[in-house]
Ligand binder design. Structure first.
Ligand SMILES: C[S@@+](CC[C@H](N)C(=O)[O-])C[C@H]1O[C@@H](n2cnc3c(N)ncnc32)[C@H](O)[C@@H]1O
Length: 419
């Protein structure tokens, strides 16, 4: 018997449900007549007495969930394929299958390595004792490739802090999507500045695309070419098609538009370069975990009273971190962002645990007042300039002779990083 491509896809769908290999199915490229509907995500869900197919109807501004008995749900999927929805992806633990309707009569079918290799847990109550994580370690191919897990899918002892950080970071991003207005967007672009070995870059890509079902593209910017090559090869091997790593210096990166700019533990003024690029690319969210704070540390010349207070090196060190990050938050506010500053992970795991978040907002600000606050703080600590203000507002804060001084100082300080 000859069967056409759609029938072939439907048989694979039936068999994935029967063999309990079905994970989920997404229906995209909507061509039907319902206003605002863009996609449907179908999952398998355990209810008290039965298992059902749960359809999440994604509209431009809302989501509606409807549950169907398995057979009814599968029939419904078959009526929608190729009539209302032109792009269908089946995720099963054996393989992903993509069915694509174009201009020609016959749809194209593609078989891809499975994104998910764990069977669906249809009875979550049974496992309530197990801590739920955003990014799971078991069967996670990229965590294995990045050295976070071993071949049994267990987190390597020395990587436990990193794994905790990854999950905490994803949890924070999840919360911030709502407050920044990005939660309702189906396409999201992210730039991770100073992406290093890509631990968090991979996790955010995985979370946005495979857990939240968004179409997210993520770029990692990193100066060290061997890390860039390594991360690109891992991204390819796990079929993360919209995840790319580019070699370059953050200060030279030119982004047209990115929704989220991230810089986690980018060194010293690289954090300021990332903030500047995030503002330039009109990011709704700027997320930073600053690392070392040398630029302001060298500038601090406190007045007599503060001098006594900060005579111990460690206190001066801590104070310069607070002044650097406090001024960053004020400069973000001056640029139209609401800011939050908090500890994102316990200090017992890392001392570099302060996170600064900027959320773009239309709220009115008193510019004069913020400029006055920044000037007062600089005066109190005897600081000539904060590197970020030289990027964002040179005219507000700098006199021409000071600008020359700054140029000389920054040129001599800045590490030479190949582009
Ligand atoms: C401490 S690592 C952090 C990596 C990653 N963000 C994380 O949190 O796991 C900082 C990374 O930023 C890169 N980096 C520092 N300054 C940079 C710059 N100006 N341009 C591009 N990459 C930079 C370094 O090479 C390094 O890999």
């Amino acid at each position: 018997m000859n069967i056409n491509t759609q029938e072939q896809f439907e048989l694979i769908l039936d068999s994935s449900i029967e063999s309990q290999e079905f994970i989920r199915l997404t229906l995209g490229k909507y061509r039907g007549g319902e206003d605002g509907l863009t996609k449907i995500i179908v999952r398998i869900v355990q209810f008290k007495s039965s298992i059902k197919l749960s359809f999440t109807y994604g509209y431009k501004t809302k989501e509606i969930v409807k549950n169907y008995p398995i057979e009814e749900g599968v029939d419904l999927i078959k009526t929608l394929i190729g009539s209302d929805f032109m792009s269908i992806r089946l995720f099963s633990i054996k393989q992903d299958v993509q069915l694509e309707y174009g201009k020609s009569q016959n749809p194209k079918i593609n078989f891809i390595k499975p994104t998910f290799t764990n069977p669906v847990d249809t009875n979550p109550q049974e496992h309530d004792h197990r801590k739920k994580r955003y990014i799971e370690s078991q069967n996670n191919v990229y965590l294995r490739a990045l050295g976070i897990t071993n071949s049994q899918g267990n987190v390597v002892k020395t990587m436990e802090d990193k794994f905790r950080q990854i999950n905490k970071f994803v949890e924070i991003i999840h919360g911030l999507l709502e407050s920044s207005g990005l939660a309702g967007k189906s396409h999201i672009s992210v730039v991770d500045m100073g992406s290093g070995k890509g631990y968090l870059t991979f996790a955010i890509y995985d979370f946005l695309n495979n857990i939240l079902d968004k179409e997210a593209s993520v770029i990692g910017i990193e100066s060290r070419i061997h890390l860039v090559d390594f991360c690109n090869s891992v991204a390819q091997s796990v079929n993360f098609e919209r995840l790319h790593f580019n070699q370059g210096n953050i200060s030279n990166y030119s982004a047209e538009k990115s929704d989220i700019t991230i810089a986690l533990h980018a060194c010293d003024t690289a954090t300021d370069d990332a903030i500047y690029k995030g503002i330039q690319s009109d990011s709704s969210l700027i997320i930073l975990a600053p690392c070392c704070h040398k630029q302001v540390r060298k500038q601090i010349h406190p007045n007599m009273v503060l001098k006594d207070l900060l005579k111990s090196g460690i206190l001066l060190e801590r104070q310069s971190e607070i002044v650097t990050d406090g001024l960053r938050a004020l400069l973000l506010e001056l640029s139209g962002y609401k800011t939050k500053v908090f500890e994102f992970i316990s200090a017992e795991h890392t001392s570099k645990n302060i996170m600064i978040v900027g959320i773009k907002s239309n709220h009115s600000i008193n510019k004069e007042q913020i400029i006055g606050q920044i000037k007062d703080i600089k005066k109190l600590y005897g600081i000539n300039f904060h590197y970020l203000e030289t990027l964002l507002f040179p005219d507000f804060f700098l006199s021409p002779d000071l600008a020359d001084l700054i140029n000389a100082e920054l040129v001599s300080d800045r590490p030479i990083i190949p582009i």
